[in-house]
Every structure is written in structure tokens, then in C-alpha cells.
Design a protein around this ligand. Structure first.
Ligand code: NAP
Length: 313
């Protein structure tokens, strides 16, 4: 089977096409014939070696990728009746596990990470859902903001930020989001109540709208200390990259790790349902043949993409 492997960490050019033996599912595992794998920022971190300490259980070649869509083509023993051969599915894949990542024609994944694909969207779009939407869902749970109160979202034009805006609105929150001028329309269409210019003074602008600050903030733009002043005393902040947050004003900072929510089957299935219900909308920037993974990583690292790049196998 065809795969995109990383033999040695490095730049986008280390993503190399290879033929590997067809993997066989063990107990409680399924094999997915992957048609599409979304390209996420974390893939570049694993590829470059920035996250090498998370790969201690593995030997090269590494395979990156956390978001797969495809068709189940084999079941291991003891798999639930909800999953069957021929079923169109999506999976939140953990490339740091010994089962490796999603950039491959066939992947083995634990059944808990697999749910039926959303109906009415193509597989490329479906592959862009789970990783970032589950992170958004977990961030909102950690922030625990009561309906009617305010959340601020940075990086709102991105995948995590966009899903956070949409899920926050569905949960009855009031949303202040950031946007570059060219993204204002997009972020408004996602449901943000107030859209402010992005940048280092976002927190000060939030305080102009909400002088006491917001109950919670989801920091998709990784602004950390620059975003923190937007949060009210005693409020909460959800971060998606590591940060030694200062203890200040009674604010709780929660580092969201989507890997801890990969087996939340009910949560993943609810996200799929929210696509059908038009709560969540999927955005694809481009679909590239899998062997163009280096080009996909170059484009992602250049910034400015809107929607996800997707590799086709
Ligand atoms: N911890 C976890 O489990 C987890 C899970 C999912 C994602 N993440 C992390 O979450 C972050 C966002 O992921 P994503 O997939 O949403 O990325 P994305 O789609 O690239 O979105 C990030 C957005 O932030 C914008 N941005 C960059 N710098 C900014 C700044 N200084 N001020 C305001 N906006 C800025 C980007 O705009 P430009 O494109 O114009 O730069 C982009 O629109 C990444 O760091 C990712 O690794 C972590």
C-alpha cells in the first residue's frame, strides 16, 4: 500500500512516497482504505521533529496525519456492530501511537476513533472535520461558559477557530472573534456577533466592547499573553499549544490536547451530526495528489490558507 513516510525529520521534502506492507487490524481495530487525509499544522510539527519527544514509542518511518476519510475494508476481532466493511467513515488518527498517522492508503485505527462519515459532503471535505472540531468541542467544554455569556476566539478564520465560533453559537454563547480585513465576511458568516481586527491589540479591543472582559477565550492564533488580558477576572482560557501561563487574576488556563479526546466516539458522532444540521461547515482549500504532500506542507507553512488542504490517495 502507498504511504507518505518520514524517514528523517526535516523540511517538507522529507515527506516521501513509499510502498509498505498492507497492515492487518487487531482486536477492536478497523482498517480504513483512506481516500483523503487533511493536512493540519501539527503534521508539520511532527514532520520537522519539533514533536519528536511524542514519538518515543515508535521507530521510523513515521507517518503523519490526524484526519482521515475513507471506507472500512477490514475489521479486526471484537469490533462493534455499528462499524462494517464498505462503510464510509472518518477517523481522528493519532500519529504518535504505534499505529501511525493518516497519510497512507490503508490505516489501522482503534474502533473508538471511527464514526460514520457525514452525509451529503464529499470525502475530501469530510476529512477536514474531526481533529479541529473535536479540539473546539473540548475547548468549549473546558471553558464551561453559560449560555448568554461572552467568549472571545482568536484565529477565527482558521480551522480550530472557525469551528469554535460555530459550536459556541450553537451553545448559545455571544462571540467576539478576530479577523484580518479580508476574512471579516467569513468570520461573520460563521456566526460571530462581533468581529474585531486581528493583531496584538485584540485584547484591548475586546475590553472596549466588554469592559470587564469575556468569560472565556479560545486562543486559536496562539497569542498567549497578548490574548490573556481579554479574559475577565476568574475567567478561563483554552490554549492549543504549550505555554507556561502566569497565575493572574484567578484565570484558569486549560491546555487542550485533542489526543485525549480521540476515543470520545459519542462526541465525534455528534460533530458529524452537526455537519448534517449545518451547525458546522467544512472548508477545503485544495485537494492534492498524496505524493504532493511536500507542496501541501509548503503551502500550509506559508500561511494565509483559508480552508484545509487535503491529500487524495
Ligand atoms: N492541542 C491540540 O490538540 C490542537 C488541535 C488542533 C489544533 N491545534 C493548534 O491550533 C492552532 C490552530 O490550528 P488551525 O488548524 O486552526 O490553524 P489554521 O487553520 O492555520 O488557523 C490559524 C489562524 O490563525 C491566524 N493567525 C496567525 N497568526 C495570527 C495572529 N498573530 N493574530 C491573529 N490570527 C493569526 C491564521 O492566519 P494566517 O493564515 O493568515 O496566518 C489562521 O487564520 C495551531 O497551532 C494548531 O497546531 C492544537
Amino acid at each position: 500500500m502507498h504511504a507518505i513516510i518520514v524517514q528523517e525529520f526535516g523540511g517538507p521534502e522529507v515527506l516521501t512516497p513509499a510502498e509498505l506492507p498492507s497492515p492487518q487490524p487487531g482486536p477492536g481495530q478497523v482498517r480504513i482504505a483512506v481516500s483523503h487525509a487533511a493536512v493540519n499544522p501539527v503534521d508539520t510539527m511532527i514532520r520537522s521533529g519539533a514533536y519528536r519527544d511524542r514519538l518515543v514509542d515508535q521507530a521510523p518511518p513515521y507517518i503523519v496525519g490526524m484526519d482521515a476519510a475513507g471506507v472500512i475494508d477490514a475489521l479486526g476481532p471484537d469490533v462493534d456492530e455499528r462499524l462494517f466493511v464498505g462503510q464510509h467513515v472518518v477517523s481522528l488518527v493519532l500519529p504518535t501511537s504505534i499505529l501511525k498517522g493518516a497519510y497512507a492508503q490503508q490505516i489501522i485505527v482503534p474502533q473508538a476513533t471511527v464514526v460514520a462519515a457525514p452525509v451529503g459532503v464529499d470525502a475530501a471535505a469530510a476529512s477536514t472535520l474531526l481533529m479541529n472540531a473535536q479540539t473546539a468541542r473540548m475547548a468549549l467544554k473546558a471553558l464551561a461558559i453559560p449560555p448568554g455569556e461572552w467568549i472571545a476566539v482568536t484565529g477565527a478564520a482558521g480551522a480550530f477557530g472557525g469551528y469554535t465560533v460555530q459550536l459556541a453559537k450553537a451553545a448559545g454563547l455571544q462571540v467576539i472573534a478576530d479577523a484580518a480585513p479580508q476574512d471579516e465576511h467569513l468570520v461573520t458568516s460563521l456566526g460571530a456577533d462581533v468581529v474585531l481586527p486581528r493583531g496584538d491589540d485584540f485584547a484591548a479591543r475586546v475590553r472596549q466592547i466588554r469592559p470587564d472582559g469575556v468569560s472565556g477565550l479560545a486562543d486559536g492564533a496562539v497569542l498567549f499573553d497578548k490574548a490573556l488580558p481579554a479574559v475577565a477576572d476568574g475567567g478561563r482560557m483554552a490554549i492549543v499549544r504549550g505555554w507556561e501561563a502566569p497565575a493572574t487574576r484567578g484565570i484558569d488556563v486549560h491546555w487542550i490536547m485533542v489526543s485525549t479526546g480521540a476515543s470520545d466516539t459519542a462526541g465525534l458522532a455528534e460533530l458529524v451530526q452537526q455537519v448534517s444540521d449545518n451547525v458546522l461547515t467544512l472548508r477545503v482549500a485544495d485537494v492534492l495528489p498524496a505524493d504532493q504532500a511536500p507542496e501541501a506542507h509548503r503551502r500550509l507553512e506559508a500561511g494565509g490558507l483559508r480552508g484545509r488542504l487535503v491529500l487524495e490517495f
